[in-house]
Design a protein around this ligand. Sequence first.
Ligand SMILES: NC(=O)c1ccc[n+]([C@@H]2O[C@H](COP(=O)([O-])OP(=O)(O)OC[C@H]3O[C@@H](n4cnc5c(N)ncnc54)[C@H](OP(=O)(O)O)[C@@H]3O)[C@@H](O)[C@H]2O)c1
Length: 335
Amino acid sequence: MNKQWLLAERPSGLFTKENFELKQVIMPQLEDEQFLVKVIYLSIDPTQRMWAQMDTYLPAVAKGEVMRSLGMGVVVRSRNPAFKEGDVVQGMTGWQTHTVTDGRGFSLVPWKSGLPLDSYMGPLGMTGITAYFGLMDIGKPEKGETLLVSAAAGAVGSIVCQIGKIKGMRVVGLAGTDDKCKWLADELDVDEAINYRDANAYKKLQEACPKGVDVFFDNVGGKMLDMALGLINVGARIPLCGYISEYASSKPGPGVHNLAALISKRARIEGFLVLDYVHQSRDALGELGKWVMDGRIKYRMDIAEGFDELPLIANKLFTGENTGKLLLKVSEPPE
Ligand SMILES: NC(=O)c1ccc[n+]([C@@H]2O[C@H](COP(=O)([O-])OP(=O)(O)OC[C@H]3O[C@@H](n4cnc5c(N)ncnc54)[C@H](OP(=O)(O)O)[C@@H]3O)[C@@H](O)[C@H]2O)c1
């Protein structure tokens, strides 16, 4: 039997269970080239909230379809010679406990590398690639410059902060709780971590960036972007990675008021998508793997359980209840 969450209606605001239908179906017989995957982890990503609502860089998930999601699982039966029983694979499994695929869009996970399996859903997966290319390709970091990161204690943000440190930058992180700030400062060696919910957050931010901001890696948009624009230096780069402040809001935000700073500072803001970098990610993953093994990149997996609560677990990204990469564990990983 396969348990799956189907999209029932377009969400408005945070996900509710009523936005989805939880269904049990019998798995189909395998055809030639197909294999059956038992899902171990589902990646919970902010972009899923957009996929459920509207066309973006991918078409919206259709009503009645399994909710789209990246996942990792183990091959339990196979009629495809490239994917054998016991292999661990990654691909678009969707919000379900099992999936049948012909392997298109799936790849093998080198899970006997000695690195923890879940790291391939974090720093050695899409999260790491996003952080790496967003910072290196768009942010163009230079030693001695100041890097400001929003949602700094999240999956992407926490890796960006550490790559910034490796590249010799002064790194300032913005996060929504004192505990997250403590993690950033004490464990990830971020130079200054500021709780943006503090009444005097802007003043603290100004003090933390005495030479201004050269690179602002933005995961949030809205007010956070406005605040950072007030501090950018001439020639600053702003990789616009995400706009999470507005994904789950039912009405548009107030907009950004300080955009004109881009003119006087001859600065650049540029959106990017990790999908455009996947084909060139081999070297980046090699470098990230080395940094993880050397302990220069530390990471935290926030692993939730409870498949039947999945839509509510996904909301943690928008309420700030996650630290590091949010995953849902669906079944036990192999020994
Ligand atoms: N461009 C790409 O290809 C790409 C790929 C992956 C991810 N992304 C984007 O990167 C961003 C981070 O994704 P992630 O997977 O790493 O998630 P994440 O940072 O692990 O989790 C989201 C975090 O965003 C913060 N947040 C949520 N709502 C907020 C708001 N209204 N104002 C300020 N902060 C808010 C929360 O942290 P606090 O407690 O600090 O508020 C929350 O923990 C998202 O915008 C996502 O869409 C883009």
